[in-house]
Write a protein that binds this ligand. Sequence first.
Ligand code: HEM
Length: 188
Amino acid sequence: MSKAYEMKRPAYDAVARTLHWLTVLLVAMQFVIGWTMPDVHKDTQPVNLIAWRLGAGATLVAVMTIRVIWRMTHWPTPDELRPLLSVVSRITHVLLYTALVLVPLLGWINASSRGWTVRLLGVVPYPELSEPGSAFGHEMGDVHSILTWVLFTLIGLHVVPALFHRFVLKDDVLQRMLPRAKPSRDQV
Ligand code: HEM
């Protein structure tokens, strides 16, 4: 193939890219549902929007489990950022992964303490992670709410630079997470 038609390969494989955008969809759903659902009280039943929240949260736990395993066994090609930026980017990714595992897990613990069963896609039941009415489950619910805002901040610190690279610097960083990269400048 001549160099002019050679496409720069994305840094992340198809599974990693699918898991990334599936995570984005599920997290976006969680924020929208979280902001629109009714307040939760002692006798609230897990129906309607709350049922959707539990179903999406359970799916997020499953997706993140697969994602962490995939990431530890399939490394992306290294980025071409300056060393300091590359370290900052990697630290942000590690913090994002940590928040993405902890936030739904703590939500699940809190749901168990309310006597709610968390089900994958609303069908397959997950085990209970705390005793109904337990103080531990209640406290983990508080930590869950705080970490949600930490996750929201981390997403901002991740998305704004990604869009800055795409629309201001016009480099190939965003292409690393898209199906097929456009030819790099020296290839056209
Ligand atoms: C418009 C929204 C988003 C864009 C454009 C975007 C873009 C990207 C890009 C380009 C990368 C690869 C960076 C690199 O390796 O140089 C990446 C990685 C990553 N993104 Fe996003 N992202 C978005 C939203 C999100 C959201 C909402 C989350 C989390 C909720 C997220 C979590 C991650 C994580 C954890 C990685 C690291 C992947 C890894 O190294 O395994 N992203 N994203």
